[in-house]
Design a protein around this ligand. Structure first.
Ligand code: MRU
Length: 366
């Protein structure tokens, strides 16, 4: 029985899988895959109030920097379905409350704050509309954020695929795939495009302790697209590099400072150091919505700390003594000097310097 279910899951076409979708008009709801259940179970949940959206982001039912930005934008639309009254000040107050509330769900991925700011800035620029019209405009903006993300993923794939050669082994960490975005992902978009071009790559996926986004999600996505993937534990990365199985590393990012320092899932920094020691290029793939140019360097990026139970009792199994002291930062920061290039929808940032980040991000007509 279980086998049949898993087989159906494997056979599901990637195009069938949308991380989330908005159903209906302004009075609609957000449907999303509960990523905490994958790959054992494919279940979609319905978010019909802002608290459910907040909880989904906090608990990683929806996760990955671009995806949580999109979910938060729809969360605002849901919040504005109730308690806005007829007067514009009521609407504005409810909008501020919703954005403030959703901003407290997770601190590191800047896409969350970027999306919330976009909605608030739009509202501030539309002073004379009725509350109904305002609500419609905010839903349109949330949909635009989702659509733009899809297009950025596609572009990132094209820019990044150029960096890979036929037969390359590529290592990735965490999940920067379709599940984490509204498109094909960031790092995974690069792999999808390289495979489409016939480059016959093999992806090595770090399992990504403690929540196993690599083992549960990245392998699942790649297998659906029939891209060769090999799962390894995080601690095997150095050895696999020494065995010359890896020709490039590509990961996503949650927030990139003005100088290119990049926060991503805990363990990314170690992978970058290993890549440098083995003279393997280490790339970050991320859309412009993941850059936080207000921060001069990565030391200013807030790092989320999560519950000790994720390490001591992961997936319902106790693996450490009760009461043990635990430190559980969810992200680390890779200094720009270890990053060979940042793959964006606007082109490749290389070398990774403050000047080059500014130049590529402000290039028009890409
Ligand atoms: O804690 P998560 O699963 O949300 O962490 C996700 C990552 O670290 C991803 O690599 C990053 O958000 C990029 S997703 C395109």
């Amino acid at each position: 029985m279980e086998e049949t279910w898993n087989m159906n899951l494997q056979n599901r076409m990637a195009s069938d899988v949308a991380t989330m979708r908005w159903i209906g008009g302004t009075d609609g709801y957000l449907q999303m895959i509960d990523q905490t259940l994958l790959p054992m179970e494919f279940r979609e949940i319905e978010c019909r109030d802002v608290e459910t959206v907040w909880e989904a982001i906090k608990k990683l039912r929806v996760r990955g920097a671009p995806a949580i930005g999109i979910a938060a934008a729809y969360g605002v639309v849901i919040a504005l379905q109730t308690g806005t009254g007829n007067e514009r000040p009521d609407f504005d107050q409810r909008l501020t409350e919703a954005a403030t509330y959703l901003a407290e769900s997770r601190p590191t991925a800047v896409n969350l704050f970027w999306a919330l700011d976009r909605l608030q800035n739009l509202a501030a620029s539309l002073p004379v509309l009725s509350n109904t019209d305002m609500h419609t405009r905010l839903l349109e903006e949330a949909k635009r954020i989702e659509q733009e993300d899809l297009e950025m993923c596609h572009k990132i794939g094209e820019v990044g695929a150029e960096l890979l050669s036929k037969g390359d082994g590529v290592l990735t960490h965490c999940n920067a795939g379709g599940l984490a975005t509204s498109g094909g992902g960031t790092a995974l978009s690069v792999f999808f495009e390289a495979a489409r071009q016939g480059k016959e790559i093999r992806v090595y996926a770090d399992e990504t302790r403690p929540l196993l986004q690599g083992a549960r999600l990245t392998t699942w996505e790649l297998m659906q697209r029939s891209i060769p993937v090999t799962l390894i534990t995080d601690s095997m990365a150095g050895w696999v590099m020494q065995e010359q199985k890896i020709q490039a590393v590509v990961t996503g990012a949650d927030r990139i400072a003005a100088n290119g320092d990049s926060a991503n899932k805990i363990g990314t920094y170690s992978v970058a150091l290993l890549a440098r020691l083995h003279e393997i290029p280490f790339y970050i793939a991320a859309p412009s919505s993941t850059f936080d140019l207000s921060l001069a360097s990565g030391s200013q990026i807030p790092i989320e700390e999560r519950l000790p139970e994720e390490i001591t009792n992961g997936f319902g199994k106790q693996t450490a003594p009760v009461g043990v002291d635990v430190y559980n930062p969810a992200f680390d920061v890779t200094p720009a000097k270890y990053i060979s290039g940042i793959i964006t929808e606007r082109g490749l940032i290389q070398p990774v310097t403050t000047a080059e980040v500014a130049r590529v991000l402000t290039t028009d007509g890409y």
